[in-house]
Each structure stands twice: as C-alpha cells, then as structure tokens.
Design a protein around this ligand. Structure first.
Ligand code: APR
Ligand code: MG
Length: 196
C-alpha cells in the first residue's frame, strides 16, 4: 500500500470520521485528435459547482449504507447513470490534507468507450445534479502538444481535495500515461501556475 494510504477496513474503523467516495471511470479509445494525435484513453472528471475539478461521487454515511452503495447512489444523482460499484473497484483510502477527520475513498472502473459515451450523455440530460452540483463532465487530455497544450495545461487547473494526486496515481497505476511524460507534464503545469 502506498504511503499515507489506509486499507478500506482501517479507514472504516476511524472513529468520528466522515467519508467521501469518488470514482474514476475510464476507457480505451482508438480516436485521434486532429487525425494525428492518439487520445489513447478517455478519463472522466467533472467541473464542480465550486469551480474546481473533481471526480464524480460524494459523502457517504457508512452507518446507513455501504461505501459502494453510497457511491453508486451519488453516481446516479451526478451522472444519471446506474452503475453498481463493488469492493473490487476500490483503489485506496486516505485522510484528506484539509481534514484528518475526512477520509477520501477512491475507486476506478474501466468501461467500454460506448458506455463512457452513454455516461456523458446521461450526465448532461437526465442527471438531477446537472447544472447544480455538477456543471459538466470533462475528459482529461492525456497527450502533450507544443506549449504545454493538453495534459500540462489540464494539470495546472485547480482540483478539489487531493483529487489531483488521485488522478496522478491512477495515470501511473493503470498505465495510462508513461511516467516520464507525466513528470514532464507536472513540471510544465507547475511553471504555468507560477507564471505571474
Ligand atoms: N479527494 C479528497 N477529498 C475530496 C475529493 C477528493 N478527490 N473530492 C471531494 N472531496 C471532499 C471535498 O471536501 C468535498 O466537499 O469530499 C467532500 C465531499 O465530496 P463532494 O463530491 O463535494 O460531495 P457531494 O456529497 O457530492 O456534495 C455535497 O454539497 O454541501 C455541499 O460543500 C458540500 O461539497 C459538498 C456538497
Ligand atoms: Mg460530488
């Protein structure tokens, strides 16, 4: 287990903690940008009501429902899509930097490209949270073009909680971006953020 992370069981035994569950939905794709740059994978994130980027999901009270049932409920509200999350989808859990009393549980599910398109469609049409808690779904650009266009610019935006770390970890864990490319993109993102 990576440093700073807790097992699902240890996280659940935290007395007085609140729990938040979020998920990365992703798929492989053959699509190309401008008919020359492979897009490689589709990763879904969302623009939240507070103007920050995050993953779909939310607060779950484990005394009322399991973490996975709660996350499935949140996905129905935020995406308008029925997805039964299971313990097998769990990636890691950790105390958030903002509050040691809030535990963030991270999940990931690989889907077919067709299913991801259905999620995007439902999120913009039938999801009850659309236009309220969720301003829209976004795909993460995984390529780097000249001038930091693509992943470096994306990483320079602002993210909720430790969700940027969750994204970086997932990119490496699931082999979605080579490590050197990610490290380069992070450096470029940092430069962009520090520009006056
Ligand atoms: N990593 C760590 N913490 C996170 C992450 C993340 N990836 N994503 C969200 N959080 C924290 C944030 O502090 C957030 O407020 O978990 C909290 C719950 O996640 P949300 O998705 O915002 O919760 P949700 O239940 O969907 O929405 C409730 O309504 O009352 C407001 O501000 C409240 O954000 C909350 C929202
Ligand atoms: Mg939410």
């Amino acid at each position: 287990m990576a440093s700073g992370t807790l097992s699902r069981q240890d996280a659940l035994s935290c007395v007085g903690c609140r729990h938040a569950c979020h998920i990365l939905l992703y798929a492989d794709t053959e699509a190309q940008l401008f008919e020359e740059t492979p897009i490689r994978h589709i990763l879904l994130m969302q623009m939240r009501f507070d103007g920050l980027l995050g993953f779909p999901g939310g607060f779950v009270d484990p005394s009322v429902e399991t973490l996975e049932d709660g996350l499935s409920r949140e996905l129905w509200e935020e995406l308008g899509f029925s997805l039964s999350v299971t313990v097998d989808d769990h990636v890691n859990s950790c105390h958030t930097p903002s509050s040691s009393q809030l535990v963030a549980h991270f999940y990931a599910r690989k889907m077919e490209e067709r299913e991801i398109r259905e999620v995007e469609k439902a999120a913009a049409t039938t999801a009850t949270d659309h236009g309220h808690e969720v301003m829209g779904m976004v795909r993460v650009p995984l390529y780097t073009l000249k001038g930091g266009r693509g992943l470096p610019n994306f990483l320079s935006h602002s993210f909720i909680g430790n969700c940027r770390c969750q994204l970086e970890d997932a990119l490496l864990r699931f082999g979605l971006v080579p490590r050197e490319e990610l490290e380069m993109a992070l450096q470029q993102a940092e430069q962009r953020r520090s520009q006056p």
